[in-house]
Design a protein around this ligand. Structure first.
Ligand SMILES: O=C(O)CCC(=O)C(=O)O
Length: 274
């Protein structure tokens, strides 16, 4: 048992002005604030990043394509925890869109955090079913240098998980619990007691993202509906994930639709997906 309180207040949020949304560009002061918050806490939320219509389009496409078993569980993807599935999402249809994978507001932020050579490692949707229980607390990767955890946690960021709610996410259907500052020092206390716990959730159009090293856990789904949370994994180009299976489902035809300037993001693509 921990005696931690959940912090729900929108402190670690960047709001975009109408001007920024219109221009699809963060003002320098907001970009600086976003970088500072992310580096301090190990995660960040951005409100009103995408148009709701665009996300509803993605959600419709994703939900229509789901395959179910006769037991009422998903028959696609890998089980991440109780009633929680990692469903690979192909880059096709609305998902093969630069406003999603190379969002002009996010790109400068990602360049600052991961260096300008960053790539996409994977895309999928963490889909929790009604009744899903709290997930175990974890990071998205282990310390890069297992014999020197301290150094591993003092280095710049090498991977970011970008989470995009495909439905309005709230405390009922499954926030992501996250421990502020846990990306800076590998927690010695397994209850993460020194780190304030926040709840990440948001309406369609928002997104939140965390450093691979930040401790987090998907929350229970107490609602009657599925909770799909789209994710894109962005990493430095040299990073190879030996812990999670990468899903970069993109065939040659879809690759041709990608604007030249963004093709480098798909450097890991193997074209073994039809
Ligand atoms: O479901 C969530 O909110 C987070 C899931 C997650 O972190 C994972 O499956 O690795």
């Amino acid at each position: 048992m921990t005696n931690q309180m959940n912090i729900l207040f929108d402190e670690i949020v960047v709001e975009l002005s109408q001007e920024e949304v219109l221009q699809q560009k963060m003002a320098p002061a907001n970009l600086a604030k976003a970088l500072q918050l992310f580096k301090e806490h190990g995660f960040l939320k951005i409100d009103h990043l995408f148009s709701k219509e665009f996300i509803w389009w993605l959600a419709h496409d994703f939900i229509e394509g789901l395959e179910w078993s006769s037991e009422g569980e998903l028959s696609v993807g890998a089980k991440a925890s109780h009633k929680r599935f990692l469903v690979p999402v192909p880059f096709r249809g609305p998902f093969n869109s630069p406003r999603l994978y190379a969002n002009p507001i996010l790109m400068p932020l990602l360049s600052e955090l991961l260096g300008h050579l960053f790539i996409i490692g994977s895309m999928g949707a963490v889909t929790s079913l009604p009744g899903a229980e709290d997930q175990h607390i974890h990071t998205d990767y282990y310390p890069l240098f297992e014999e020197d955890v301290e150094t591993s946690y003092s280095l710049p960021c090498f991977g970011i998980t970008m989470a995009i709610p495909l439905v309005d996410i709230n405390l009922l259907n499954g926030p992501t619990k996250i421990w502020s500052g846990s990306h800076r020092e590998y927690p010695k206390d397994k209850n993460l007691a020194p780190y304030p716990r926040y709840m990440l959730f948001g309406d369609v159009g928002s997104c939140y993202f965390w450093d691979y090293r930040t401790f987090h856990a998907g929350g229970s789904n107490y609602s009657c509906d599925i909770r799909p949370l789209l994710y894109l994994a962005y990493t430095r180009q040299w990073f190879n994930d030996h812990l999670n299976q990468d899903h970069l489902l993109l065939n040659e035809g879809e690759f041709q639709k990608i604007p030249e300037e963004h093709k480098r993001l798909f450097a890991k693509c193997r074209f073994d997906y039809r």
